[in-house]
Design a binder for this molecule. Structure first.
Ligand SMILES: NC(=O)c1ccc[n+]([C@@H]2O[C@H](COP(=O)([O-])OP(=O)(O)OC[C@H]3O[C@@H](n4cnc5c(N)ncnc54)[C@H](OP(=O)(O)O)[C@@H]3O)[C@@H](O)[C@H]2O)c1
Length: 289
């Protein structure tokens, strides 16, 4: 019998992500108990083999590994605080997206109640769960990770980032920050293109290969940041400032909002004003530090 077959899990939270996790567990042959605040979201899962529990306490009483995949940090406490005594001596994984300090706070809370906590950041959207592109980052209790790794691999690639319960969330939110601003850049560009009647779909068809090609430059920026060597042969900050100023102006001319691109241009402006006009573009990271 494999570890997966031996493991039983309880999933608290049946939003889009919770349901995806449960489906992956059931497909992997894992005995799964489910609870959701609003009743009625478990019927398809129960038909597929899950056991429905009426309360968080009843769900946890089913035994096994407990996984919380709720809305936010507050909803995690709202759900778990009343059943802290039931969780004593148990293993808990929090897959709710929370800020690193919130994950650390949850780890302290868990420790005070004799609960072993592993925190996770899901780098996937629900349809990806259980598929080849799905990745989940974990940190916190290594014994929990080691004991359940095989089961967790049913959801996606499972990686452990150390005992600091906030570390996985830090990775998660750093990657999400890059993602959101990439999406924001797309919306900014689509609005500018749209001001001339170019559809967002037409724009996307060119934006995807362009952004993909430009992303290949990230390791070179990273090398400059890590070494602190911001000497530039080409495309220094003054060059970038001229380009950004013209992009902001084109947005104003087109009467579209330029808040996002102007904010970024402002960071470059400050570096140039501080005398770094001849430095490499990557030096703009100093504005975030
Ligand atoms: N969806 C994604 O693409 C994705 C990707 C990565 C990470 N995540 C993370 O996964 C977590 C769940 O996401 P989701 O997509 O499942 O969200 P969702 O569809 O909005 O579901 C939220 C879940 O949280 C429950 N909930 C909300 N407030 C609650 C409270 N005060 N007490 C108890 N339960 C409460 C909801 O219960 P009700 O049904 O009663 O409202 C529902 O089960 C989030 O932290 C999200 O950031 C999601």
């Amino acid at each position: 019998m494999t570890n997966t077959q031996q493991t039983a899990v309880t999933v608290l939270g049946l939003g889009d992500m919770g349901q995806a996790l449960v489906r992956a567990f059931l497909q992997g042959g894992v005995s799964t108990t489910v609870w959701n605040r609003t009743p009625g979201k478990d019927s398809e899962l129960v038909a597929a083999g899950a056991v429905s529990a009426a309360t968080p306490g009843a769900a946890v009483a089913a035994g096994g590994l407990v996984i919380a995949v709720l809305f936010d940090h507050a909803s995690v406490h709202e759900t778990l605080d009343p059943i802290a005594a039931d969780l004593a001596g148990r293993q808990l994984i929090n897959l709710t997206s929370t800020a690193p300090e919130q994950s650390r706070e949850l780890a302290r809370w868990a420790s005070e109640h004799g609960i072993e906590l592993l925190d996770g950041g899901i780098m996937a959207i629900p349809p990806m769960i259980g598929g080849p592109g799905s990745s989940i980052l974990y940190s916190g209790s290594q014994p929990v990770f080691d004991a359940h790794r095989e089961t967790l691999e049913l959801l996606g690639t499972a990686e452990y980032f150390g005992a600091d319960a906030g570390k996985a969330a830090l990775w998660d939110f750093s990657l999400l920050a890059s993602m959101y601003l990439m999406f924001g850049g797309f919306f900014q560009g689509a609005a500018l293109a749209g001001s001339a009647g170019i559809t967002a779909s037409e724009f996307a068809a060119r934006a995807v290969p362009w952004v993909t090609a430009m992303a290949q430059g990230l390791p070179a920026y990273a090398a400059a940041i890590d070494s602190g060597d911001y000497s530039a042969q080409v495309q220094h900050l003054a060059f970038q400032k001229a380009g950004l100023d013209a992009i902001v102006q084109s947005g104003r001319d087109a009467k579209i909002g330029v808040d996002l691109i102007a904010a970024f241009a402002g960071l470059v402006d400050r570096q140039v004003a501080a005398g770094h006009g001849q430095a490499a573009f990557a030096r703009v990271i100093e504005e975030f530090r």
